[in-house]
Design a protein around this ligand. Structure first.
Ligand code: NAD
Length: 284
């Protein structure tokens, strides 16, 4: 069994991003990322912190707009409009989930698609589905890079994607389909999940349920990508896979932490630099 080391690959990508930023700076461009955080959910705040820190290390300018839980939708839209117009900002990211009184779709659609580094705007979703260049959501993008690093070609493989959200499962399935895999998408209403996972050469699971994928649901030598992040009562982070009992059965597996999580941050930085590189060159 080989561990798919997302920490190691993400460090390599972050070093490449840093190098790209230096080259952009020589052209008078410092990439900029604006992060919008609404409310005080500790997990969301922690993610925003991690993203800000990663930007700083890469030489990317970042600004966090932190707003109270009670803020109105119009106020958030005003900030997004401001960031859309700000020539120093290349990427705008709204940390999800948003409070219930905010319409997430309205907020995501307000972001200029050219600055939509999370790839959640329907414009980028459509481009990615059509196999065109567009911003690819960071988490599934990171999974694809991890597979590539370990020479795992999805073409012709039977892949079971468990979880079908707009930010994880659906774009994951899309990228795998674009890479010529045969994709089976499962979700909360799937009848007999085990039947689907047992038939898979690769299982990509991003659900948020501890130990959802158990030993008897995985065929020998399967490849397991665990996207889930769950915090146990003792503070420990685990994924959606019963790692202790499943790992030995697999040919490859991602650990949690240290698998997909660090890749997500690296790919967000990469998307921000990609956006900045399309900025019109300023006169020095
Ligand atoms: P979500 O709640 O929006 O979607 C969950 C999906 O799982 C839904 O499609 C739902 O139908 C499905 N589901 C729920 N229970 C199921 C069950 N018992 N069997 C089969 N399917 C089931 O969540 P999300 O935002 O897509 O996040 C999913 C997980 O991925 C979470 O643990 C989250 O923390 C994690 N995540 C990780 C990263 C990362 O960087 N590694 C990034 C984003 C999300």
């Amino acid at each position: 069994m080989t561990i798919l080391d997302g920490k190691k690959l993400s460090n390599k990508i972050r070093a490449e991003v840093k190098n790209d930023v230096t080259q952009l700076q020589e052209r008078g461009i410092t990439p900029g990322l604006a992060v919008v955080l609404v409310g005080s959910d500790p997990a969301s705040a922690a993610y925003v912190n991690m993203k800000s820190k990663a930007c700083k290390e890469a030489g990317i300018y970042s600004i966090a707009h932190e707003m109270p839980e009670t803020i109105s939708q119009d106020n958030i839209l005003e900030i997004i409009t401001m960031m859309n117009k700000n020539p120093n900002i290349d990427g705008i990211l709204v940390q999800l989930p948003l409070p219930k009184h905010i319409d997430t779709t309205v907020i995501l659609e307000a972001i200029d698609p050219k600055k939509d580094v999370d790839g959640f705007h329907p414009y980028n979703v459509g481009r990615v589905v059509a196999g065109l260049d567009g911003f690819i959501p960071a988490t599934p993008y990171g999974v694809m890079e991890l597979l590539k690093e370990y020479n795992i070609d999805p073409q012709g493989k039977n892949i079971c994607v468990v979880g079908a959200s707009n930010i994880v499962g659906k774009p994951m399935a899309t990228l795998l389909l674009n890479a010529n895999a045969t994709v089976d998408i499962c979700h909360i209403y799937t009848d007999d999940l085990k039947k689907h996972t047992l038939a898979a050469d690769i299982i990509c699971v991003g659900v948020g349920v501890v130990n959802l994928i158990k030993e008897d649901m995985v065929k020998d030598d399967a490849i397991i990508i665990d996207i889930g992040i769950n915090r146990l009562d003792n503070g420990k982070l685990v994924g959606d896979v019963d790692y202790a009992n499943v790992a030995d059965k697999c040919s490859y597996i991602t650990p949690v932490p240290g698998g997909v999580g660090p890749m997500t941050i690296a790919m967000l930085l990469k998307n921000t630099v990609k956006s900045a590189s399309k900025r019109e060159v300023k006169e020095l």
